[in-house]
Design a protein around this ligand. Structure first.
Ligand code: HEM
Length: 221
């Protein structure tokens, strides 16, 4: 018997696609440079707000978006790699995918944080540069411009490669679940809460995260 499960609640989907749009904006504005850097900063602040939101949503969000729903022990990951995964692993992030989700979120946070302290010594100065020592600013700038961006681009390529692999090799289209939120599975499973109240809560959390980022910037002025 198959059941339809709400895997990704609306806030998680909005988070995901807003993150994708902001990252595309970051890459394009970094390539253009010059006046476009003002938008590079804005996209960076958007990513920071989204990441703060996701950290909170990972604790209070829909069941499958909570970190504890995809925090697996090394033994479970090894068993999964040996083909001994449990049926419910096909619902949310599986033991292999979960590692890449945590890594993506972590490296994105590191990229934004290093950007705040970066100084290209020409015209672009991160808002928190004045609070850091010279060596820290140099290290942050080097990481942001020469290492971090490549790590992230590699991780995004891996992410898209994994999604294509599931589609081409296993015939599983996991992409659509990030659009409409649902998966059809062959087991009884709980759905993520995704009603008006949880969406309102998400909107309030996101507003608070944006306000936090804006006040941080105000303080740094
Ligand atoms: C800049 C590019 C991208 C980044 C940084 C990114 C990041 C992420 C993150 C952080 C998650 C975890 C979602 C969560 O639990 O909050 C995720 C999941 C997912 N993303 Fe992306 N994403 C990108 C592009 C895409 C694109 C273009 C697609 C579609 C072709 C896609 C499809 C998915 C799907 C299907 C999942 C769920 C995977 C699963 O079932 O475990 N992503 N992505």
């Amino acid at each position: 018997m198959s059941t339809t499960v709400r895997v990704w609640d609306l806030p998680t989907r909005v988070f995901h696609w807003a993150l994708v749009a902001s990252i595309i904006g970051l890459v394009i504005t970094a390539k253009i440079g010059g006046n476009a850097m003002a938008w590079h900063f804005r996209c960076g602040y958007a990513v920071l707000s989204l990441l703060l939101f996701r950290l909170v949503w990972g604790m209070v969000g829909g069941y499958w978006s909570r970190f504890r729903a995809f925090l697996y022990s090394p033994t479970t990951v090894l068993r999964y790699l040996k083909g001994l995964g449990a049926p419910e692993h096909s619902i949310g992030h599986n033991p292999l995918g979960s590692g890449s989700v945590f890594a993506l979120l972590g490296f994105l946070l590191l990229q934004v944080a290093s950007g705040l302290f970066s100084d290209d010594e020409i015209a672009t100065l991160g808002p928190l540069v004045k609070f850091a020592s010279g060596p820290l600013v140099r290290a942050a700038t080097f990481y942001h411009a020469s290492i971090g961006k490549w790590i992230l681009l590699g991780m995004v390529a891996l992410h898209l490669g994994a999604i294509s692999f599931y589609l081409i090799k296993e015939g599983r289209n996991i992409f659509v679940a990030m659009i409409h939120g649902d998966k059809t599975v062959l087991l009884a499973a709980r759905s993520s809460r995704d009603d008006a109240r949880s969406r309102l809560l998400a909107a309030a959390i996101l507003t608070a995260c944006v306000a936090l980022v804006l006040s941080l910037l105000k303080l740094a002025e």
